[in-house]
Design a protein around this ligand. Structure first.
Ligand code: HEC
Length: 100
């Protein structure tokens, strides 16, 4: 509880974009990646790829810059996610970090 209060305080000071990132994630990533980034089987089948869970070592070992590139430039079968501001991309990367 105390840790959560500190977390909220830090967010208030603008240190963490994860809560904003969660909203972006739910709107723009969750339909394919699932609520916890586990990956939707139907999407993986449709694209005929193996989707690494976003919490996995494969994804978490990427740098923030690499994750931003995946979002803004796409990767493999994933198309770039359009219409996000630079700040929203930062926030959603912060949220992806909370999944590990
Ligand atoms: C239309 C479905 C779709 C949406 C929307 C989508 N993705 Fe993806 N994503 C995929 C697929 C499919 C792959 C696997 C691509 C491949 O390996 O060819 C992938 C791969 C990734 C990877 C790389 C995983 C790896 O193993 O290298 C990351 C990170 C990722 N997505 C993050 C996101 C984030 C963050 C968002 C939202 C801003 C998002 N994706 C939106 C379908 C989607």
């Amino acid at each position: 509880m105390r840790a959560f209060a500190i977390f909220l305080a830090l967010c208030g000071l603008g240190f963490a974009g994860a809560p904003e990132g969660k909203a972006v994630f739910q709107a723009r990533c969750q339909p394919c990646h699932g609520a916890n980034g586990e990956g939707k089987e139907a999407i993986a089948k449709m694209f005929k790829v193996e989707m690494h869970p976003l919490a996995s070592k494969e994804v978490q070992s990427k740098s923030d810059a690499e994750l931003k590139k995946v979002i803004t430039a796409g990767t493999g079968k994933m198309k770039p996610v359009s219409g996000l501001s630079g700040e929203q991309v930062d926030d959603v990367v912060a949220f992806v970090r909370t999944l590990k």
